[in-house]
Design a binder for this molecule. Structure first.
Ligand SMILES: C[S@@+](CC[C@H](N)C(=O)[O-])C[C@H]1O[C@@H](n2cnc3c(N)ncnc32)[C@H](O)[C@@H]1O
Length: 228
């Protein structure tokens, strides 16, 4: 049992208190949901990235095992979710959480096409209505740099992971420790938030096996660690 989580496809209860920036994100993604997948595919191609291949690699590096329980925070339209579902198999359980109801609707439809039921929760990443020590893997892919409270969201992801469970945090950001190419400079001019740095300083020093790696042609980081 997952403990006192709200039923799937329901709003978290009680109504979360959102920061101004979280409200902005929610409204932005509710408007963007219809074109999100196409927009990301095209924007990635313009950066020389073939999104499906990067996602396949990202999920394969999760090394999922059938039967595991996985939580994806800010699941969006479920672009990783379907691959994760294959990794954990029919006995596994995956929960997707997002602040945007429209993104979740898209995610739900994708899942229906796979003839699987998605457990989706509409909630803020800083207020996970899920019991502590529940998931084998907690992952996040894109969004954290816009969260109203990055530290609280990270703490929540750690709280709901089992001891020995893995937490993977990924976000778009131009790799800061290499000379910037023309493409990098154009990206940064177009979206200054891509100068966001991997939030290593917010991760408790007690975690184990902490690694930082780069993908999406050096425009996304991947922080991975184990909960002690
Ligand atoms: C860049 S999209 C990433 C979606 C998906 N993970 C992917 O890989 O395509 C960012 C997602 O974060 C969600 N989001 C933004 N702020 C959030 C918050 N405070 N709590 C939960 N989800 C949030 C948005 O609704 C959106 O679906």
């Amino acid at each position: 049992m997952l403990g006192p989580s709200p039923p799937a496809d329901r709003k978290a209860n009680p109504e979360p208190v959102l920061t101004e920036s979280d409200c902005r994100s929610r409204d932005f993604y509710n408007r963007r949901a219809r074109i999100y997948d196409l927009h990301l595919l095209v924007a990635s191609l313009l950066q020389g990235v073939w999104e499906p291949a990067e996602r396949r690699k990202f999920v394969s590096e999760l090394k999922l095992v059938p039967g595991q329980r996985v939580l994806e925070v800010a699941v969006g339209t479920g672009s990783n979710f379907t691959r994760i579902a294959k990794g954990v198999g029919p006995k596994g359980r995956i929960i997707g959480l997002d602040i945007s109801s429209e993104m979740l609707q898209r995610c739900k439809r994708k899942f229906r096409r796979l003839r699987r039921k998605a457990d989706l929760i509409e909630a803020d990443a800083t207020q996970l209505a899920v019991a502590a020590n529940t998931f084998d893997v907690v992952l996040h892919f894109g969004g954290i740099k816009n969260f109203g409270n990055e530290k609280k969201a990270l703490d929540e992801m750690i709280r709901v992971a089992k001891c020995g469970g893995r937490i993977i945090i990924s976000e778009k950001c131009v790799r800061p420790d290499k000379p910037h190419s023309l493409r990098d400079r154009l990206l940064l001019r177009h979206d200054p938030l891509l100068a966001h740095q991997p939030p290593l300083g917010l991760i408790p020093s007690t975690v184990k096996d902490l690694t930082l790696s780069w993908f999406w042609r050096d425009t996304a980081y991947r922080i991975s660690f184990t909960k002690p």
